[in-house]
Design a protein around this ligand. Sequence first.
Ligand code: ADP
Ligand code: MG
Length: 315
Amino acid sequence: MIAQRTDFIMNTPVEQTVIGPRADTIAAQAATLLHQLERALTFFQPTSDIWKLNHSEGNAVKIQKETATILRAALHYSKLSASAFDITAAPLTDLWRQHGKQQQIPTEDEIKHCLSLVGAHYLTVTDSTAALDQQGCAVDLGGIAKGLAADACIDFYRTQGVHSAYVNLGGNVKALGGKSPTEPWSVGLQHPTQPRGTSFAALSITDESVVTSGSYERFTTVDGHRYHHIIDPRTGWPADSGLLSVTVVCENSMQADALSTAAFVLGLADAQHLLQSQPTQAVFVTDNGDVYITEGLRSRFQLAPDYNHDCYLLH
Ligand code: ADP
Ligand code: MG
């Protein structure tokens, strides 16, 4: 039996494919699980641990164990990426989001003020509490939560005895097993300048996650210039590192999610350096459309026949 369902969770379409007995029920239960995770982690609703933390005015708040785990993981990736990935960039991401809604960009003074509130040292996490040092500081898990959710979903399938499944949270993919015992899953990589659903390449995966961060994902246009949603926490501006997108491939989806955001901020050379230190493979698309893939993807990456740009192998 194959169950396929789509829900809108974490501000994105979530597509599940589950193969095996009771697939419908299992997919429905996974959707419930993802809704629960969203409620615990969202920036936008008072239901969440994150909301309570962001509105705690410097006091420690009680958090669930899962929230502590993701906050700690986020701090780890922040350190690893020299703060290119930084959940405490929330004052900035929120500033840009609010202005974006009005088709405006913030002033330099507003950016400077928010920059002074950004830094992993402002956040303290224990097993059951979290605290932010200063009023105005905040955290935003938008760059890592979908990865955690994909991991949780696949773990759940496994506990239900599923051997073959696939979940896609708006470009954040994770597979359990292959499509069949002899066939991998095929993941289309979103073309950075073509309409949603158009792939520029396909990648075969088994028991792995594939996560893409791209400037095309969410953006606002002001005076003919595009401002996208991935912010460089070091400058306070949307990252401008010469990349249109970065796809990270590894087993752990939370890791792939955090590192794809970090890599997008860092740009090709620094990102390659960071990713080499981790058990990951990657696909980069630079501003001119050229593609760079790491050696480990060589045999399972296929460029679309009509994608007319160069493709290079990274060593
Ligand atoms: P997407 O949401 O498109 O899948 P990402 O995983 O790259 O893409 O996450 C982007 C989201 O993460 C933004 O919408 C914002 O909430 C948050 N964010 C933006 N810049 C950063 C950053 N440098 N570090 C951590 N989180 C970020
Ligand atoms: Mg991410």
